[in-house]
Design a protein around this ligand. Structure first.
Ligand code: COA
Length: 329
């Protein structure tokens, strides 16, 4: 590979995938003490797509990339020189999902391949990192994939969490460009709030208790409060770094965790719900995938147009946050 000159970056194209199996709120009424009214009222969620036996985060990722290639047959996947994958539910600790993608799609072994642990902010983190790799001349074409099978980490005896999650994947190709197509990149974390949303691994003592289940645990009320206290400031910083105001934003694509939380955020920001892209109602909280799952269908059905500015923001386990403004291709 020749020398790459440092450059701006832009999204070229994208793909998505959700598994076939669907769980409705009625299905959860048979599993735990819950009901459709509670779930819709508190979260907005109606259905979620979930992996079946034999399907993994890699299955979701491969299918999202296949979808990208089907929609854009002119893309030469072997020219990708970096693969970044956002996931907290990868098949293995290693090999990484990024290395599995390299193999499956015949991407050269000289391409960088890295999984990033950014929970529900992982997609935005990935785009920010891809932009940096391109700006520093380390890469010219970066494949950023979000792939999560969070239902694999859900406790189906805990009604306060199991109803929330769904599975899927999204992939975007980012490449060098003359003009900046990714603006205002902002990333952060607040480890002190990690106790509100965690999943144990080798260590089981956390938050003054023991949890050896390795399943997702959440104090939803405190996560909600943290989001409302912190995310408006992060959004202001994204806009500030991009040199834009909310009036310049065509679409808002926040992490689709909870419809009520997004409504509260929009009310605080005075941004209309009509220009907000959502995936939570049909797909539940799909973690790193929730933003591409809201954005890509909107680009395909003509709501998001070429040149539109989309403000994306992710937040989740860590607690972490990341966002940017994408100029749609
Ligand atoms: N069905 C019926 N009742 C349920 C329930 C369910 N699925 N889950 C919880 N409840 C009950 C609780 O047991 C509690 O009952 P109690 O008052 O008798 O103790 C009551 O509903 C209220 O629980 P609470 O947890 O305070 O509800 P909430 O209004 O905070 O809603 C969430 C819960 C999870 C929907 C909400 O807190 C939330 O979305 N938080 C943000 C989470 C998030 O976005 N995480 C992703 C970041 S990546």
């Amino acid at each position: 590979m020749g020398r790459i000159l440092a450059a701006h970056a832009r999204v070229v194209t994208a793909g998505i995938f959700v598994p076939e199996r669907v769980l409705t709120n009625a299905d959860f009424e048979k599993l735990v003490d819950t009901n459709d009214e509670w779930i819709v009222q508190r979260t907005g969620i109606k259905t979620r797509h979930v992996v079946s036996e034999g399907e993994h985060a890699s299955t979701l990722a491969f299918n999202a990339i296949d979808d990208l290639l089907e929609h854009h047959p002119d893309v030469e996947i072997e020219t990708v020189d970096y693969i970044l994958v956002a996931s907290t539910t990868s098949d293995y600790v290693y090999p990484s999902l990024a290395a599995m993608i390299q193999d499956r799609f015949g991407i050269p072994t000289t391409a960088g391949a890295l999984d990033i642990s950014g929970a529900c902010a992982g997609f935005a983190y990935g785009i920010n990192l891809a932009t940096g790799l391109i700006a520093s001349g380390q890469a010219a074409r970066v494949l950023v994939v979000a792939a999560d099978a969070l239902t694999r980490s859900a406790d189906y005896t805990d009604r306060s969490t199991c109803v929330l999650f769904g599975d899927g994947a999204g992939a975007v190709l980012i490449e060098q460009s003359e003009n900046p197509g990714i603006l205002g990149m902002t990333s952060g974390s607040d480890g002190s709030a990690g106790k509100f949303l965690f999943r144990t691994n080798f260590r089981f003592d956390i938050n003054g208790t023991m949890d050896d289940t390795r399943l997702l645990r959440q104090d939803g009320r405190n996560v909600f409060r943290w989001v409302m206290e912190n995310i408006p400031g992060t959004i202001a910083s994204i806009l500030d770094r991009a040199g834009l105001t909310l009036d310049d934003i065509d679409w808002f694509a926040p992490h689709s965790a909870n419809l009520r939380m997004i409504e509260a955020l929009n009310k605080r920001m005075e941004f209309p719900m009509e220009r907000t892209l959502l995936s939570v109602v049909d797909y539940g909280n799909t973690s790193a995938v929730s933003v591409p799952l809201a954005l890509i269908p909107a680009a395909r059905d003509g709501r998001v147009k070429s040149g539109d500015r989309i403000l994306i923001i992710g937040f989740g386990g860590g607690l972490v946050s990341a966002g940017n403004v994408l100029v749609w291709p």
